[in-house]
Ligand binder design. Sequence first.
Ligand code: HEC
Ligand code: HEC
Length: 299
Amino acid sequence: MKRWIKTSLAAVASLAALGAATLATGAWLGERKAQRRIELAVAPVAVPGDAAAMARGRYLFASRGCVDCHGADGAGRAFIDAGGFYVKAPNISPGPGSVVAGYRAEDWVRTVRHGVKPDGRPLFIMPAEDYSRWSDADLGALVAWLRQMPPAAGGGMQARVPVLVKVLYAVGVIRDAAEKIDHRQRAPAVVAADGSPAHGAYVAAMCVGCHGATLTGGKIAGAPPDWPAAADLTPAGSAMARYPSAEAFIAMLRSGRRPDGSAVSKVMPFESLRELDDADARALYRHLRQLGPVQVAAN
Ligand code: HEC
Ligand code: HEC
């Protein structure tokens, strides 16, 4: 049996045995897990100052999902607001109320690559596992842009998380990014946007947070109940069969619509996906088309 099925069954069994009092204990354990400290020695990446790097950083910020949660101005926005589940991302622009005001160069590496805040606590919701394999060059370019983007006002994270989510987090069914990331992996210095298989796999890393490490999709752990399951993106699934050409696939990324005109769920981060340039989108498409049924795409 797959490990995650075992874990889920164990969790369901233990939940069934829980009374209200033990549920409260579970939620408390979840809080405690969120407050744990993770020791990490990280080296800063070089932050370039040239115009080309700045433009690359701006492009990455716009196209890799950051804007979907932190907003185009970086001030932070509410990206989950469903019933008792509310999450507003923090301000990461240089403006008033920013949580990155005191960031040293290595703190960016700790947050974006490892899912760990400067004080050692884990990020709870941000999918840093999507970014943990960014090259040093791309991480440096992103930081260059974020440090000097126009300042916008906005405060820290605000969150109301259902008790059940906290319990599932405590028992390990929902894992934070710091748990999913292999902290010993070495990031590449540069990944060229040259249309190679390595390039396609590199872009696809931003899909694993929802579509899973093997891109086979399924229910997104910890997501609000009204979110649909993520599609299976491997050739074995039915979704990619709708996209026989790169053009059809790119049209969906830019419009949010399938070839038959129906809308794909807005859970897909189209605000970012429509910003993917042709080179990245084509390399991504080629990567998805050649995925094996059990091949691990990223992470
Ligand atoms: C799905 C939403 C989401 C996406 C995508 C996302 N973030 Fe975040 N980010 C958050 C949330 C929520 C927090 C608050 C910490 C947490 O997750 O508990 C956060 C926190 C941060 C922090 C501050 C950590 C601290 O010190 O408190 C930084 C810096 C950051 N994000 C940068 C980025 C960058 C850069 C990107 C894109 C490469 C990105 N984020 C993508 C939701 C997101
Ligand atoms: C925030 C979560 C999230 C991220 C990130 C995400 N997706 Fe999705 N994706 C979904 C969900 C949920 C669905 C199912 C949508 C539906 O059923 O309407 C989906 C559906 C799809 C589909 C099927 C479209 C169809 O014709 O029905 C494709 C193709 C796809 N995603 C590709 C990608 C690619 C490629 C990436 C990364 C570049 C990505 N997604 C990133 C959540 C996500």
